[in-house]
Design a protein around this ligand. Structure first.
Ligand SMILES: Nc1ncnc2c1ncn2[C@@H]1O[C@H](COP(=O)(O)OP(=O)(O)OP(=O)(O)O)[C@@H](O)[C@H]1O
Length: 354
């Protein structure tokens, strides 16, 4: 029998006053995997993850984390779950990284050794420097270390590589891959498509608080129209004429002035039709390339479709009717569980962004 899911989100709705940030979201996170919640700014990623962390109270729907209710069972979850909040650490600004991590380690029964963790995250050089004087990227790594020091079985990481340089990003990816190899479940938010594609077992794409698509990167990029032909030419080509020449299923777009994409099942005949059309119209197709659809192509298709049509998601859970929610406005203390998770720092942060 397969292990129960590490996280189960079912028909989750979260409103801030009249605005619906999460709108009927349903997905699960399999234990021992890396799952990326991918979406544009404002898509509802942080709200979703902070609900899982017990910082936000759902307006409807349910969230189970390691089989428990994050609001009611915070005390039981804290020793088992690591949390890295968005926008830095929020830790005591005068502390040094090693001091802070040593303090957090003491709150846990079986913590990691702080020295190797500091080395692993490239923080050894930060030695005597207080947190407030560290660079943004260094503080980000301290926050990641704080989420991991308690040896959690599940970690929620809100944009863990935001602001990191390319090498530090790769180091973080390696670290997260090692965690997975040790059986740790990783749930992260990102709007970096390459990060989601390279790192994740499972990607959940959300927009306007709704599920647009989910699956492994391979599943998401597979499908009928799984190839893209890209070429350059003069701007504003007569695409209606090109569409008429190509098979009906082919999609043709001018993605930037003078840059064209044809999404289709590409075979030699289609390629010949395209180049013949170019020849007939006296167009030199520059840099013509055939490539597979990337997660970025899928993401832009999905999010563009919703933007352009004003319609609902391409695929997703049932969408509850939008109601004007209680005017709870900006969430305040009432949003927190009574026991103040994670004020003791055990979960690697000091509280949600307000
Ligand atoms: N405390 C709050 N009060 C009111 N509105 C909020 C609050 N928190 C988030 N929102 C709104 O809810 C929506 C979803 O925000 P959220 O932070 O969850 O998105 P996100 O996908 O994490 O975005 P980003 O990538 O920019 O961090 C946004 O429109 C945001 O302005």
């Amino acid at each position: 029998m397969s292990a129960p899911p590490a996280v189960e989100i079912s028909a989750l709705v979260k409103r801030y006053g009249p605005a619906t940030a999460v709108d009927g979201l349903t997905f699960t996170v399999a234990a021992g995997t890396i799952t990326s919640v991918l979406g544009r700014n404002g898509a509802g990623k942080t709200t979703t993850i902070e609900t899982c962390e017990g910082f936000r109270r759902p307006d409807a729907g349910t969230v189970r984390v390691l089989g428990l209710d994050p609001l009611r069972d915070g005390a039981r979850l804290r020793p088992r779950v690591g949390v890295m909040l968005q926008e830095g650490t929020g830790f005591y600004p005068g502390a040094r990284a090693a001091e802070l991590l040593t303090h957090l380690a003491r709150l846990h029964a079986h913590p990691l050794d702080v020295g190797p963790l500091v080395d692993r995250l490239g923080l050894a050089g930060s030695g005597p420097t207080p947190l407030r004087r560290l660079s943004g990227g260094e503080r980000q790594r301290v926050a990641l270390a704080a989420a991991l020091v308690g040896r959690p079985e599940l970690v929620f990481l809100d944009e863990p590589t935001a602001g990191l340089d390319p090498q530090a990003r790769r180091d973080t990816w390696d670290l997260l891959t090692e965690l997975r190899a040790d059986g740790v479940t990783v749930v992260l938010t990102t709007h970096l498509i390459d990060e989601a594609e390279r790192l994740s077992d499972h990607v959940v794409i959300i927009d306007a608080g709704r599920l647009l698509a989910e699956g492994s990167p391979q599943e998401l990029t597979a499908g009928a129209a799984d190839d893209i032909i890209r070429f350059g030419g003069p701007p504003r080509l007569d695409l209606a004429s090109l569409r008429a020449a190509l098979p009906a299923a082919a999609q043709v777009h001018e993605v930037a002035p003078g840059t064209y994409e044809v999404a289709a099942v590409v075979d030699p005949r289609l390629l010949a039709t395209l180049t013949s059309w170019c020849a007939a119209n006296d167009i030199l197709a520059e840099g013509l390339q055939v490539g597979h659809r990337t997660l970025e192509d899928v993401f832009l298709e999905l999010t563009g479709r919703v933007e352009g049509s004003g319609s609902g998601p391409a695929r997703g859970p049932g969408r509850p009717a939008r109601e004007s929610g209680p005017a709870d406005g900006w969430p305040g203390r009432g949003e927190r569980p009574a026991d103040g998770w994670p004020a003791d720092g055990a979960a690697g942060g000091t509280g949600p962004r307000s």
